[in-house]
Design a protein around this ligand. Structure first.
Ligand SMILES: Cc1cc2nc3c(=O)[nH]c(=O)nc-3n(C[C@H](O)[C@H](O)[C@H](O)COP(=O)(O)O)c2cc1C
Length: 204
């Protein structure tokens, strides 16, 4: 029997099907479809429209399940559903646009609900310790300009550290940069990214 690798694919472009990160995600899905040992669950975090994390929702996590009010159950359920989905997959593929030098707020809202002390990491005398084991992540990054290796690329360390906090230390990035720097640059970047996605998918 073949063991299936379960992939959670998270889209976060506000441009939907017209987004370049979505095009990278589609290429990943095409590559994955050629493998009968990979299954993909896809989510559109923009369509899901998680609200900003607020104090009431945070507080609901601290109340023992049996003692929550109906309102607290409903608030805690948002994070619990996302955590259940994260726990149930082996690989998380993030299709990530660069917006205003950062990640989309919709993706931040997802991280705000899965980065939970006691669930995905814990505090120890030696600092935080990730609680997720055996998972890896892939970032498909679409960017108008070119930033890799410069101080302006805050996205790469931010994503790496948020995933690392949960114990996901194996993170691969595929960049499609310079997408707003002319047709030639754009086509070359997308071609290179598609090749990167193909070789990464072969290693999943
Ligand atoms: C609201 C917004 C903010 C953006 N900010 C930046 C930016 O700071 N730097 C950059 O290089 N490109 C920026 N871009 C261009 C995007 O990175 C580029 O269009 C990329 O393809 C976005 O991914 P998407 O097409 O999947 O949405 C921005 C685009 C939008 C719509």
């Amino acid at each position: 029997m073949t063991t299936s690798t379960k992939v959670l694919l998270l889209n976060s472009s506000i441009l939907g099907d017209g987004g370049q990160s979505r095009a990278l995600a589609e290429h990943f899905k095409t590559q994955a479809a050629e493998r009968d040992d990979i299954s993909v669950t896809e989510r559109d975090l923009v369509a899901q429209a998680l609200p900003h994390l607020q104090g009431e929702e945070l507080a609901s996590w601290m109340v023992p399940e049996g003692e929550r009010s109906d309102a607290q159950h409903a608030l805690a359920a948002r994070s619990e559903a996302l955590l259940d989905e994260l726990f149930a997959h082996d690989v998380v593929v993030f299709a990530v646009p660069l917006y205003n030098l950062g990640i989309p707020s919709q993706l931040k809202a997802w991280f705000d609900r899965v980065l939970r002390a006691g669930r995905t990491f814990r505090y120890t005398e030696n600092g935080p310790q990730g609680l997720l084991e055996g998972k890896r992540a892939v970032i498909l990054a679409a960017r108008g300009g070119e930033y890799v290796g410069t101080a302006l690329d805050s996205q790469t360390p931010h994503l790496t550290h948020m995933l690392g906090l949960m114990g996901i230390g194996e993170v691969d990035f595929v960049y499609a940069e310079g997408l707003a720097m002319g047709e030639g640059r754009r086509e070359a970047a997308l071609k290179e990214a598609r090749q990167g996605i193909a070789s990464l998918t072969a290693r999943l």
